[in-house]
Structures are given as structure tokens and as C-alpha cells.
Design a protein around this ligand. Structure first.
Ligand code: WQD
Length: 337
């Protein structure tokens, strides 16, 4: 497998995965509608690797453009990141999420099918576990959507599962990400959210750089060691490496496989604040505020299946994640130009 199409490859996880693919000598084509990312990320990936990726400005809703792409190029596999991913926005604009995430994926799979390309790595999410009863969470746990964003991810998992059932020459890897954070160690690429960050780590880095005044800790009364929510934060570079392993797994023609990509460790909001202060030397002012509706108390992965079947282990700890997130933010106070 040499020629890889990456949808959404200019985004946070996409750009880190494209970097890893280029380092491992894959030939990469990136398509992205640039609605939530900048082409600058790909330019930096090329500078870091001194290798080129081919880029096409394509929206997955543009069926004609997809058809032309698959007619003009051959791919051995597709890694599919492209999708909207803001939980709050999905509650306000569910149709935008269903159209963009689900119709976009159906268009992609139809174009792949027509071109006889049936190897797909899909960017799923731990959000498909809903509000888990317990952690660590194994892949066989019950699945439940708790917001439109999560429902698009779960629906796409079902679509891909049924596509494989209808034609078992499809090889699909569903990768359920826990909480991707951090940045490439160079600080050249990283997380570049639009507007005020919804997620914890980019909010903290913007407090540290002085763009935001203080962190609101959503809830201090959860049944956890310090009352704050627990998540499984995973370094984006470890996550990227997991995608390369999943590609290699598809070469074994495994059919449909599902893996949690996390560290298997839970960290509370206070743990993250402390680790960040230690890694950056910056004090993070915060105040405890009421819980955010829909938040689970505790959510972290059972990663034994990915460890064994993908021969993949995370290498970076919470302090590495904080150090690299801070390094990126310091070098790019306003994100990508
Ligand atoms: C982490 C923890 C918050 C912000 C979401 C999506 C998930 C995935 C990752 C796409 C929680 C607390 C947060 C803040 C806080 N995205 N927090 N103050 O909600 O676990 O997961 O992002 O796939 O699908 O649901 O991530 O970073 O928003 O929150 O106290 O300003 O930090 O309560 O405990 P979350 P998060």
C-alpha cells in the first residue's frame, strides 16, 4: 500500500498523520474544503519532511469533483478525517452536521466503490460510547449517541459496518479517538481552533499566552479524586502513529476492525492544569463553575486491543502533551497565518 488519500488532511489530526505518512515514504494526496483549517499546515508539513503531498481543494459534497479525483489518480487506501466536530455547534445546527459528515462520507464511499478502492481508515470518536457506565472502556461497550455530532460518528460506523457486510472485500478500520491534544515536537504544526476554544487544552494554552483571562473548570463535584472530570488525553503524534498501524492492518485484509486510540490512563482537569503549569512554568488562573451539560464524569479507554492487534503503544505522557501544546502556542500565538 503506497498511495494514500487523506480527506481532511489539513486539520489538526490530519496534518499530523500526513506528516507521519510522508516520513514513512507513502505517497500522499490530501483533499480538504479548508472550512475549518488552513493550507499553511500542509506547507509546514512539507517543510518539516522535505517531501511533497499533492493537495486538491475538494469538498466531499462535490460529487463531480470526487469522481474526477478518483478517475485521475489511483489510491491504495483512504484515511477519512474530513468532518465537522464541534459538539455544541452540532446541537445548534444538526442538519449541517448530518449533511456534511454523513452525506460527505457516503459520497466518498460511493466514489471509492466505483474506483474499486475498498480500504478505509475512519476517524471515529469515543463519543460513540455516550456517557459510559464505567472506565476503562473496551470496544465491545454499548454504543450511544448523546449529541448530533456523536450521532454522525455512530451512524457512519453503522454505514461502514453494513457496507462491509454487503461486500466483504471492503477492509475498514474504525478508530475511536479519546482526547487528542498536543502538537508535533517542532511546534510548527498544532491545534488551531476557530474562535474561543471549546476543548480544554487549547483553552489552557490561550490562557497561558494571555489571550484568555482564566479557565472555567466545568464542575468540581464529579465523583472523582479531585471532583473534576476525567478524560483520556492522547498525544496527537501517538494518534498519528496509530493510523499508520491501522493502514498496515488493512493490508492483512482484516474485514472490519474497531480500535480505541487512547493512553488507557485517565487525567482530571486539575491534573491537566498541574501538568501544564509544570511543563510551561506558567500559572493558569481558573475558577470552578457549574458542570457543562452532557459531560461525562469519567471517560478513558481500554487500549489493550489496539496495543495487541496494531502492535501500537502511546509513547508520550501528559507532561509531553502539555509541553508540546505550549511550544506550538508560543510559536504561533494566533495559530496559522
Ligand atoms: C475535556 C474535559 C470538560 C473545557 C470533546 C468531544 C469529543 C472529542 C474531544 C471530537 C472535560 C473540561 C473543557 C473548558 C473544562 N472531539 N473542560 N473547561 O468534552 O471530553 O470531548 O472533544 O471528536 O468528541 O466531545 O473534551 O476538551 O471539551 O473537555 O473544564 O473550558 O475538560 O468538562 O472534563 P471532551 P473537552
Amino acid at each position: 500500500m503506497k498511495n494514500i488519500l487523506v480527506t481532511g488532511g489539513t486539520g489538526f489530526i490530519g496534518s499530523h498523520t500526513v506528516l507521519e505518512l510522508l516520513i514513512q515514504n507513502y505517497r500522499v494526496t490530501v483533499i480538504d474544503n479548508l472550512s475549518n483549517s488552513k493550507l499553511e499546515s500542509l506547507k509546514r508539513v512539507e517543510k518539516l519532511t522535505r517531501k511533497n503531498a499533492h493537495f486538491e481543494h475538494i469538498d466531499l459534497l462535490d460529487v463531480k469533483a470526487l469522481e474526477l479525483l478518483f478517475q485521475s489518480s489511483h489510491f491504495d487506501a483512504v484515511i477519512h478525517f474530513a468532518g465537522l466536530k464541534a459538539v455544541g455547534e452540532s446541537v445548534e445546527q444538526p442538519l449541517k452536521y448530518y449533511k456534511n459528515n454523513i452525506s460527505g462520507t457516503v459520497n466518498l464511499c460511493e466514489a471509492m466503490n466505483k474506483a474499486g478502492i475498498k480500504n478505509l481508515v475512519f476517524s471515529s470518536s469515543a463519543t460513540v460510547y455516550g456517557d459510559p457506565d464505567s472506565s476503562p472502556i473496551p470496544e465491545k461497550s454499548p454504543l450511544k449517541a448523546v449529541n448530533p455530532y456523536g450521532r454522525t460518528k455512530l451512524t457512519i460506523e453503522y454505514i461502514l459496518r453494513e457496507l462491509h457486510t454487503s461486500d466483504n472485500s471492503w477492509n475498514v478500520a474504525l478508530l475511536r479517538y479519546f482526547n487528542p491534544v498536543g502538537a508535533h515536537e517542532s511546534g510548527e504544526i498544532g491545534e488551531d481552533p476557530n474562535g474561543i476554544p471549546n476543548n480544554l487544552m487549547p483553552f489552557i494554552t490561550q490562557v497561558a499566552i494571555g489571550k484568555l483571562k482564566e479557565l472555567n473548570v466545568f464542575g468540581g463535584d464529579y465523583p472523582t479524586h479531585d471532583g473534576t472530570g476525567i478524560r483520556d488525553y492522547i498525544h496527537v503524534s501517538d494518534l498519528a502513529a496509530g493510523h499508520i498501524r491501522a493502514l498496515k492492518k488493512l493490508e492483512e485484509k482484516p474485514g472490519l476492525v474497531v480500535y480505541n486510540l487512547g493512553t488507557g490512563k485517565g487525567s482530571s482537569v486539575m491534573d491537566v492544569i498541574k501538568a501544564f503549569e509544570k511543563a510551561s512554568g506558567k500559572k493558569i488562573p481558573y475558577k470552578i463553575t457549574p458542570r457543562r451539560p452532557g459531560d461525562a464524569a469519567v471517560c478513558y479507554a481500554d487500549v489493550s486491543k489496539a496495543n495487541q492487534e496494531l502492535n501500537w503503544q502511546t509513547k508520550r505522557d501528559l507532561e509531553d502533551m502539555c509541553r508540546d501544546a505550549w511550544n506550538w502556542q508560543q510559536k504561533n500565538p494566533n495559530g496559522y497565518p
